[in-house]
Design a protein around this ligand. Structure first.
Ligand code: ATP
Length: 227
């Protein structure tokens, strides 16, 4: 546990993070986020929640959910506190976070939930269905990402006043008094799934092998994904 991590309290015995996304493919940026947040927030579980089809990314049809799930499973296999949920994939259609969150809250009744997103998702947050409700329903964690600035002028006062900025080592406690939006710079990795897919499709192979976990790289090659 890091010195500045947040110890769980008796009042909040269990903390679980959910990380929604397309994960097409899962990459080292995603895994680094999971590792750092497990420590920073003293989480019991970090759950990847692959979307059937991200509603806010309508242009591109993602790779089959079976492949994306398999890659996530390979990437998290050696990490006991990381797991992959089939919840959204099983719905078999586009799903909005406003519909998924109440289900997660119900399924994890005694836990504190932290919903995780990168800085690019935060910039787009006002395009999400019922975005203000989503943000006020549970804790959120916004993680910095190179090339994306985190600002707060696109959200309402009600949301802004819940922001706890942990960048540059600020803050040392999970705050009481309702759900919060934590902003952290625990990870600054310039990796993106789009670049990985383009890389493979242009050169027929993965050039920057360090961008994805080794087992995922092997899987992409074996099943000839993104060619
Ligand atoms: P794409 O390039 O296809 O948009 P992506 O790399 O952003 O993909 P997603 O599956 O869309 O991957 O991301 C899931 C979540 O992870 C999103 O909230 C996104 O903001 C976040 N994320 C992705 N890459 C990083 C990164 N390098 N650092 C921090 N957050 C990230």
């Amino acid at each position: 546990m890091q010195a500045d991590s947040f110890p769980a309290t008796v009042a909040n015995p269990k903390r679980i993070a959910f990380y929604g996304g397309t994960f097409d493919p899962v990459h080292c940026g995603h895994i680094a986020v999971a590792k750092h947040l497990l420590d920073l927030f003293s989480l019991e579980q970090f759950v990847f929640l692959p979307a059937f089809h991200a509603p806010h990314k309508p242009d591109r049809k993602p790779t089959s959910g079976y492949h994306r799930f398999a890659m996530l499973s390979l990437a998290t296999q050696g990490e006991p506190r990381m797991s992959v949920s089939t919840l959204e994939l099983e719905h078999g259609q586009k799903r909005y976070t406003i519909d998924t969150l109440p289900e997660l809250i119900e399924q994890t009744s005694n836990a504190d939930i932290f919903f995780v997103m990168g800085a690019d998702s935060w910039i787009d947050i006002t395009t999400w269905r019922d975005w203000e409700k989503v943000l006020l329903m549970t804790n959120h964690v916004v993680v910095t990402r190179p090339g994306y600035e985190i600002v707060f002028d696109h959200v309402t006062d009600a949301v802004r006043e819940r922001v706890v900025d942990l960048r540059d080592g600020h803050g040392s406690d999970v705050r009481s008094g309702g759900p919060k939006i934590y902003v952290t710079d625990a990870v600054k990795l310039d990796v993106s799934a789009t670049e990985i897919r383009e890389d493979v499709s242009e050169d027929n192979r993965l050039d920057r092998e360090d961008d994805v976990p080794q087992e995922v790289a092997k899987y992409i090659e074996k099943y000839e994904l993104y060619k």
